[in-house]
Write a protein that binds this ligand. Structure first.
Ligand SMILES: Nc1nc2c(c(=O)[nH]1)N[C@H]1C(S)=C(S)[C@@H](COP(=O)(O)OP(=O)(O)OC[C@H]3O[C@@H](n4cnc5c(=O)[nH]c(N)nc54)[C@H](O)[C@@H]3O)O[C@H]1N2
Ligand SMILES: Nc1nc2c(c(=O)[nH]1)N[C@H]1C(S)=C(S)[C@@H](COP(=O)(O)OP(=O)(O)OC[C@H]3O[C@@H](n4cnc5c(=O)[nH]c(N)nc54)[C@H](O)[C@@H]3O)O[C@H]1N2
Ligand code: SF4
Ligand SMILES: [Mo]
Length: 695
């Protein structure tokens, strides 16, 4: 395409908005929202608008680079693609010969389309090792739903009469995916319940805003279950026919009265009860579980199964306006579909070597968790991981406890990365490969796209010499003689689309493909496809892989809290939650894009004015935010809506200052232990902290 408009979907964040890309003489010159897209309906956020600025940015990595200085120093020399491929292929072959294929792992950041291609590569190479941040993201939502009801809870806001947005701020995190549907729900008169320690934009429109103490969500969810049951507001027929263990759940949650829950969550019993009754009484009602707000906690699995149980007993599973069971049209070939599962493609003795599988069998049978990799690298147990390839991952800033990540990446034999820009992670890498931007590559997108699959169509050729990561893997596989890898990108995309019965060339002409949503599919024969194979929603669950985990969701205090660590609380008297999204940025990215940085130049700490006063700091003062693990610099933003004991700090700041990543990156002060026993999730949303005015 030299000049014209290309219809595609934006890959700058998970919303995947429909976009029209304007191309002139082979260059991207503009981007507009696509009014015909079923979710975004013409919406475009500042990140999307900045795409031409992003791809022609002077700091973009455009040549393969090899490290010439020490790890972390950021000194590189350009090499040709041939040299880069040769170097990587030689190292990977050598590593496999010396230590076995399992000593190589691939990692990604949040999912950006590439897992099927990485997993097929690894299975041919012979390694079972892939990891990503799913454990502090959508992983626990998925695991909680799959284990309880056999599918992942997604809200159907548009047709709902009661929308419960739980630890979820779509105005910042998914404006293109959910906002139009929420607006439609509100227009239809739906009630709105918001569970969030911050007064997010939706809280202002809500019938009930529950400003809970961070990290106490599960106590609240158990109370919602209790209130629904005690007030006889549950769906008796569904419970009798389609659930297991209701009586045990009922007896278990009985102690979570609104009064007890109020003590734990720092709210009033009255407001909790009123919201719980609204939810249980209004049908259909849906729950929008936040992917990060409710998943960054050792309670993450139990919270998400409690929410799924709540949707079940109130009769909202698999109904329009509730939490339907959306199936990607691509089936087993969807992004994390079983046709790409490493564990089924490798011989069992190799698959069973997957790092973390012993401790987190349920989670790690799906995707991998990073923390056990750091341990394997640093301790050699269960065996040493010698090499990592990272694709679209700023591991150093994104994972909890950046010091641990740095230690681990420093100890590797070989690290290579594919990136758009230099980051603290590329500074550690032996080889950095310049990746093509999404506007420069073809792909199919079905992750979180409900019953649709969309075409991401390449609009322009990559900026010289950037390359599509799929092509990079094809080239490397060829170089290393990995037989059975795809020969071309189109062949790979045809494979992804096989179930819908058309190849990529035809799919590109259509732009999207949808299948009808099936409601109450469990009535049509096989019941619920749960892990236990009971065919019913497992409110009480006992499976061998959950050894040591209670069959019912059990509330535990956050590991670092006024109650669990009173001594620490004396010195660190504030509760810190981190990482609420900012529509302007995606995680640690985009701080180097001038139009975006202008909109949100500094990391801001939301704090109640009285609390700030007590610490002797005022609005926009720079302060040191300290936990037991260290400190970062941040600017005060007075916010009357915050609880006086709770503060919120964003994640992802590091760019553009000397030693910036250590001075501003919030994960310098978070922790990655203890982990949720099922999902491996870590507590980055309820820590103890204090602030000090900076000199
Ligand atoms: N404290 C705290 N930490 C958190 C969170 C939190 O809430 N609080 N959230 C966590 C969550 S939920 C997640 S998912 C992780 C996210 O973790 P990451 O995905 O690692 O975070 P990003 O900063 O987006 O880093 C991705 C990098 O990939 C580059 N990139 C973007 N697109 C592409 C591409 O298509 N190809 C290539 N090769 N490179 C690309 C970007 O330039 C960027 O540097 O962070 C987690 N970290
Ligand atoms: N602009 C932008 N959009 C993004 C991302 C991004 O980096 N930037 N990241 C994407 C990714 S990978 C993910 S996983 C999703 C996350 O999507 P969401 O989970 O919707 O987004 P967050 O903003 O991380 O968290 C939602 C809310 O949780 C609240 N919260 C904090 N602590 C607690 C708590 O203990 N309990 C409760 N109930 N609420 C709490 C925060 O105040 C915040 O408003 O966003 C995606 N979308
Ligand atoms: S919300 Fe913004 S960045 Fe995300 S897909 Fe839509 S336009 Fe792109
Ligand atoms: Mo995420």
């Amino acid at each position: 395409m030299n000049t014209g408009i290309v219809r595609s979907i934006c890959f700058e964040c998970h919303s995947r908005c429909g976009v029209l890309l304007e191309v002139k003489n082979g260059k991207l010159i503009g981007i507009k929202g696509d009014k015909g897209h079923p979710f975004s309906r013409g919406y475009l956020c500042p990140k999307g608008r900045a795409c031409p600025e992003i791809i022609y940015h002077p700091e973009r990595i455009t040549r393969p680079l090899v490290r010439t200085g020490g790890r972390g120093e950021g000194k590189f020399a350009p090499v040709s693609w041939d040299e880069a491929y040769h170097g990587i292929a030689e190292r990977l072959t050598d590593i496999r010969e010396k230590w076995g294929a399992e000593s190589l792992a691939f990692g990604t950041g949040t999912t950006r389309g590439i897992p099927p291609f990485l997993n097929r590569f690894l299975s041919l190479y012979g390694s079972p090792n892939y990891f990503n941040p799913g454990h502090m993201s959508g992983g626990p939502v998925a695991r909680g739903g799959i284990m309880t009801a056999g599918f992942v809870m997604v809200p159907d806001y548009g047709q709902s009469k009661c929308m419960m947005v739980w630890a979820h701020n779509p105005d910042a995190s998914f404006p293109g995916l959910f906002n139009a549907a929420i607006k439609e729900g509100l227009k239809n008169g739906a009630k709105l319940i918001v569970v969030d320690p911050r007064c997010i934009p939706l809280a202002k429109k809500a019938d009930h805003w529950l400003r809970l103490r961070p990290g106490t969500d599960l106590a609240l969810a158990l109370c919602f279950l209790n209130v629904a049951i005690q007030n006889n507001l549950y769906d008796r027929e569904f419970v009798e026919n389609w659930t297991n263990g209701f009586d045990r759940l009922r007896d278990h949650v009985v102690e979570y009265t609104p009064e007890r829950c109020a003590e734990i969550t720092w709210m009033s019993a009255k407001e909790i009860e009123a919201a719980a009754i609204t939810f249980a009484r209004t049908r259909p009602a849906c729950i929008g579980p936040g992917m990060a707000g409710g998943s960054q906690s050792p309670n993450a699995f139990d919270l998400n199964r409690a929410l799924c149980a709540l949707s079940a007993i109130t009769g909202n599973l698999e109904v329009p306006g509730g939490n339907p069971n959306y199936r990607p049209p691509t089936g087993k070939r969807s992004c994390y579909g079983t046709d790409f599962s490493l564990l089924t493609h490798l011989p069992p003795e190799q698959a069973n070597k997957r790092i973390g599988l012993d401790r987190f069998p349920l989670m790690v049978s799906g995707t991998g968790i990073p923390e056990p990799y750091w341990q394997a690298i640093l301790t050699g147990k269960p065996y040493p991981v010698q090499a990592i390839g990272l694709f679209a991952s700023n591991a150093m800033c994104s994972y909890a406890n950046s010091r641990d990540v740095k230690k681990a990446l420093s100890a590797l034999h070989f690290l290579f990365v594919a990136e758009y820009f230099h980051t603290p992670t590329t500074a550690m890498a032996d080889v950095s490969l310049p990746a093509a931007h999404w506007t420069e590559r073809d792909d199919v997108e079905d992750l979180m796209m409900m019953n649709h699959v969309f075409c991401q169509e390449k609009a322009v050729d990559p900026v010289p010499e950037c390359r599509d990561e799929k092509q990079i893997l094809i080239d490397l596989a060829r170089k290393m003689g990995l037989e059975g890898y795809w020969q071309t990108i189109d062949e790979a995309l045809d494979y992804r689309l096989e179930k819908i019965g058309m190849g990529f060339a035809e799919f590109k002409k259509r732009g999207m493909y949808s299948t009808p949503v099936e409601y109450k599919s469990y009535e049509k024969g096989k019941g619920f496809h749960t892990w236990s194979r009971s065919g019913k929603v497992d409110l009480y669950l006992e499976v061998p892989q959950m050894k040591g985990v209670s069959p019912l969701p059990v509330y535990r205090e956050p590991p670092e809290s006024p109650i669990s660590m009173p001594d620490v609380y004396r010195d660190y008297p504030l509760i810190l939650t981190t990482g609420g999204r900012n529509v302007v940025y995606y995680h640690s990215a985009h701080r180097n894009i001038p139009s975006l940085r202008k909109l949100s130049p500094d990391p801001l700490l939301d704090i109640h004015p009285e609390t700030a006063k007590a610490f002797g700091v005022g609005d926009r003062d720079w302060v040191r935010l300290e936990t037991r693990r260290g400190s970062v610099e941040i600017r005060v933003r007075l916010n009357e809506d915050m609880h006086p004991k709770v503060v919120h700090a964003p994640h992802g700041y590091w760019y553009g200052e000397k030693d910036g990543w250590e001075r501003f990156n919030i994960n310098m002060i978070t922790n990655n232990q203890p982990q949720c026993p099922v999902t491996g999730s870590v507590q980055t949303r309820a820590l103890l902290c204090r602030i000090r005015k900076m000199p």
